[in-house]
Design a protein around this ligand. Structure first.
Ligand SMILES: Cc1ncc(COP(=O)(O)O)c(C=O)c1O
Length: 257
């Protein structure tokens, strides 16, 4: 095939995670003793009850189209989890099921990014984030969380990084690759800047249970981050975020979990 791929696809780098993972698998196949820190995957298979339930569902013929936003009972279960474990109140119609967290982050970015929009990404970051932003024509703005600040960014750094083009900040808490966990006060200060600057927040909390010796807080739990009855996981409409109180209050576009 001589026809080129799309410019936006040529504009992104190959997945480093997949590259590292493929290399590790190859070395293991060659008999080398390798601890792979590539793909974030458990070293055990999917637990038996989950596998059984999946097989049962197929046997029962649950193989037809579901609602595009996901099965209602599953979305209700997500709401119960968020209420019980995170103290955040969502209604099922505010929940959208996706094929994994990467898909959720992509959908959220795709719903809000116009070419030239800036997305603030605290560094060190999961390598996928800048590529997703670039693929959508946005500009990743990397803000460094240095070693002396436990690899986290401060509210003041976020404020300084905001420009007229800033559309969103992508918080990953707990963080891949550093394992750093934002404390309640740190997150509260960051949430205040997000409200003040009137930008979207995409919070990737996929590692929320990987917390040792500290406590996990979701940034969605702070005042002004979500409007009750409005969308928390449904991507907001693309028009200007300055256009209405409704869009302004839909800050926690995605809480990937
Ligand atoms: C921070 C972070 N978010 C999301 C993902 C991907 O999640 P999923 O496999 O559910 O798409 C990863 C996987 O490495 C990750 O590290």
């Amino acid at each position: 095939m001589t026809l080129p791929l799309s410019s936006r696809t040529q504009n992104i780098a190959a997945s480093l995670t997949v590259t590292i993972d493929t290399l590790a698998k190859q070395m293991i196949a060659e008999g080398k003793d390798v601890v792979s820190l590539g793909a974030g995957e458990p070293d055990f298979p999917t637990p038996e009850p989950i596998r059984e339930a999946a097989c049962r569902a197929i046997a029962e013929g649950k193989t037809r189209y579901t609602a595009p936003v996901g099965i209602l009972d599953v979305r209700k279960a997500v709401c119960e989890k968020l209420e019980r474990e995170n103290g955040i109140h969502y209604a099922p119609e505010q929940i959208v099921m996706t094929s994994g967290a990467k898909h959720a982050v992509f959908n959220a970015l795709a719903a809000i990014i116009n070419p030239g929009d800036e997305v603030i990404i605290p560094s060190p970051y999961w390598v996928t984030y800048p590529e997703l932003v670039k693929w959508l024509g946005g500009t990743p703005v990397i803000v460094k969380g240095g070693r002396e600040q436990d690899f986290k960014i401060t509210a003041e750094q976020l404020r300084s990084a905001c420009t007229a083009r800033t559309k969103a900040v992508l918080i990953n808490n707990p963080c891949n690759p550093t394992g750093s966990v934002y404390g309640r006060d740190e997150l509260s200060a960051i949430a205040k800047v997000i409200v003040e600057k009137d930008i979207y927040c995409i919070s990737d909390e996929v590692y929320e249970y990987f917390v040792y010796g500290s406590e996990f807080t979701s940034i969605a739990s702070f005042d002004g981050m979500i409007e009750r009855g409005e969308s928390a996981t449904t991507p907001p409409p693309p028009p200007s975020r300055k256009s209405s109180a409704k869009s302004r209050d839909r800050r926690c576009t995605t809480r990937a979990m």
